[in-house]
Design a protein around this ligand. Structure first.
Ligand code: HH2
Length: 336
């Protein structure tokens, strides 16, 4: 039998039907599901027809992670300590500037701060691990000394992750999902730290050359399912795993849109879902904003769309504007 995939048709309307189930213990509900398969197209089924295990994965509240409670959407503020990031490269390379930027984001409503010392933009080159440690550790230490906001470290390297945890990081964000450095899985397992595993096709230097998929949505679902299972087999419980489809990492504009349209599929993996669209190139293309720092409006529009599909964490550059937009969107959505 071909594998079936179940995508909740997520609603936030104030009137819930009698059959409505709460999605992942959060702010959305669903009473119908799109059943997808690789060869038979899709059909809509009522929740009563869902297999029990799928129902459990879609509805189980996501336990808090790194101090974040997922009964509400959360914002991850981006702190790039790099000379070459695509939107803010070089602005926060000095530890003091990066820490001050991070503290400002904490005050403007970031729930977690993601510190990265290696750009993963298309075409970016690898940074040696000791240089990456030199960039991120002082910034993590400075943030931990000044604000209570949890910190994550955006790295593909075990040595960097280890040094960041020692400096006080609360979560590891590995955009290679354990592929770049296979010993990362052991570090995560032994340290007890939560982890975000992201899908990427290819490495940053070549990933945008010619990305191809049989079915972008289902291929990425299968990839993340495999990584989740691998992590669980290594002793990392699901309650410590966040998953991310990796917008822009080996994806064309059409791939990004296909993922965003049906992003609620990923709730079927039973983990919190993180989305990073902030200021990415396709927003510039569709939104007529060639300059990355002019893309806040498009980034917020896509972020709120994802939140209305139940996505728990948005990784963003423009915290202040996104916080304002999210607070207002949630004020009219919250109907628990
Ligand atoms: N995107 C970037 C970096 N890290 N991590 C996750 N989990 N998801 C993402 O979508 C993601 C990520 C790329 O954005 P940015 O950090 O702004 O740029 P750069 O890699 O050039 O530093």
């Amino acid at each position: 039998m071909t594998k079936a995939y179940f995508r909740p048709i997520v609603q936030t309307d104030a009137h819930r039907t009698a059959q409505a189930l709460r999605l992942a213990g959060g702010w959305c509900w669903f009473d119908r599901v799109e059943r997808l398969s690789r060869d038979a197209g899709s059909e809509i089924i009522p929740v009563q027809d869902l297999p029990d295990d799928v129902l459990q994965d879609l509805t189980a509240p996501r336990p808090p992670m790194a101090g974040l409670d997922f009964s509400r959407p959360r914002l991850m503020g981006i702190v790039n300590v790099t000379p070459d990031s695509f939107s803010d490269g070089g602005r926060f390379l000095a530890p003091d500037a990066a820490a001050a930027h991070a503290e400002g984001m904490a005050q403007s409503g970031a729930d977690i701060l993601d510190v990265g010392g290696e750009s993963t933009r298309p075409g970016a080159e690898t940074v040696p691990h000791d240089e990456e440690i030199r960039r991120v550790v002082p910034v993590i230490q400075a943030i931990k000394a000044s604000v209570d906001t949890p910190v994550s470290v955006d790295t593909r390297k075990t040595q960097v992750a280890d040094a960041a945890l020692t400096a006080g990081a609360d979560l590891l964000n590995d955009v290679s999902a354990f592929s770049h450095d296979p010993s990362m899985v052991q570090l995560v397992s032994e340290s007890g730290a939560p982890v975000c595993l992201m899908h990427a096709q290819g490495t940053p230097d070549i990933m945008q050359n010619a990305p191809t998929y049989a079915n972008v949505l289902l291929d990425i679902y299968d990839f993340l399912e495999e990584k989740r299972d691998m992590a669980e087999a290594a002793g990392i419980p699901r309650s410590r795993i966040m998953l991310d489809p990796g917008i822009g990492f080996g994806k064309t504009l059409a791939h990004n849109l296909a993922l965003l349209r049906r992003i609620s599929l990923f709730h079927g993996l039973g983990c919190a879902v993180l989305l990073g669209v902030s200021r990415k190139r396709f927003i510039g293309t569709l939104g007529n904003a060639p300059q990355a720092d002019q893309r806040a409006a498009g980034s917020i529009a896509l972020g709120l769309g994802a939140v209305m599909q139940g996505v728990q964490v948005l990784r963003v550059h423009d915290i202040e504007d996104t916080r304002q937009a999210l607070n207002l969107a949630m004020a009219v959505t919250d109907n628990k």
